[in-house]
Design a binder for this molecule. Structure first.
Ligand SMILES: [Zn+2]
Ligand SMILES: [Zn+2]
Length: 313
């Protein structure tokens, strides 16, 4: 059984079977390089972009290991399914796509607040410049942090593993073009879709933006579950990790947060402390979280003052 039979399309296979997507991506890179050089008069950040490509290569090597390790589990869970969705019907694809996007939102949110998962996901947030290469920065340790768990509820419901993974891959392909500073807000689409503006916020470390906009394709989940933040004109995005990482060594980037986690677990003086360091909220973000709460109170006060005394009644 090959990867596509069992695990559907990966973002890579979708792209190499649709060369026009690759051409569009190449054009996007070219436009971004020219825009940055001639319009913004800034450096593109070639070393960072090269590091992103290095990380993508490492992930491509790690992925077959993950598929080999999980194939049996996915087949087992699919055997237990409660229903069988007919994937020749268009509505089955609509359902699997909405379901996969919903689960992506929650898994992404967990990856930001559970340090064990953040150790893998911090790789995606390690870039200090926004460009389309940021899309390639994905962790190598998904197998041990359990990112594969996110697909299992849909497999258990009765969508084939191949359909679920294809739906997930389409969401990743969508995200290929939203990692850019070049595209502003795009009108009413901002209400429904995850756009470059919303995703810039997601990558920013400003207190007001930290841990916001977890969406894959549909931003509606953030609006529904209270994690949405609009990009503000007066608050330009400052990209990167709270504790900035400046290395362009793919191996250092891939394991940096794991190193921090192990250091903090070893430094803790009780089992409770060790567990908190490994599975609690990522320590380096805590101070920013406090600042976020302070800003929220400040904004609320300003809103009440603007609304006048009647608002307090
Ligand atoms: Zn994230
Ligand atoms: Zn991203």
């Amino acid at each position: 059984m090959n990867e596509t039979d069992l695990f559907g399309d990966s973002p890579y296979s979708i792209v190499y079977r649709n060369p026009e997507l690759l051409t569009a991506f190449g054009l996007l890179v070219l436009c971004e390089i020219l825009w940055r050089k001639f319009y913004r008069k800034e450096e593109y950040g070639t070393a960072e972009a090269a590091a992103s490509v290095g990380i993508a290569i490492g992930r491509a090597i790690a992925k077959p290991v993950m598929i080999f390790a999980l194939a049996g589990l996915y087949i087992f869970v699919y055997e237990l399914r409660v229903y069988t969705f007919d994937m020749s019907k268009w509505w089955s694809w609509v359902l699997v796509f909405i379901g996969a996007d919903f689960l992506y939102y929650w898994m992404h949110r967990f990856k930001h607040v559970i340090r064990w998962m953040w150790a893998d996901h911090a790789v995606h947030h390690s870039g200090n410049r926004m460009n389309v290469f940021m899309n390639f920065r994905l962790g190598w340790t998904g197998l041990i942090v359990g990112t594969w768990l996110m697909h299992l509820p849909l497999v258990l419901l009765g969508f084939s593993p191949s359909a679920v993974i294809t739906a997930y891959a389409l969401s990743l392909v969508w995200q290929a073009w939203i990692h850019t500073d070049m595209i502003g807000k795009i009108g009413p689409l901002e209400w429904v879709l995850n756009t470059p503006s919303h995703h810039r916020v997601h990558h920013a470390r400003n207190p007001v933006y930290l841990d916001k906009n977890y969406a894959g394709l549909l931003i509606i989940w953030d609006r529904m579950f209270g994690s949405f933040q609009e990009e503000l004109e007066e608050e330009p995005c400052d990209y990167g990790l709270v504790q900035r990482l400046t290395s362009n060594n793919p191996i250092k980037i891939a394991f940096n947060e794991w190193g921090n986690l192990i250091r903090d677990v070893l430094a803790a003086d009780s089992w409770r402390g060790r567990l908190r360091e490994a599975f609690g909220y990522p320590g380096d973000k805590k101070a920013v979280l406090a600042e976020q709460a302070r800003l929220r109170v400040q904004r609320e006060k300003a809103r009440q003052v603007q609304a006048g005394p009647a608002a307090g009644e």
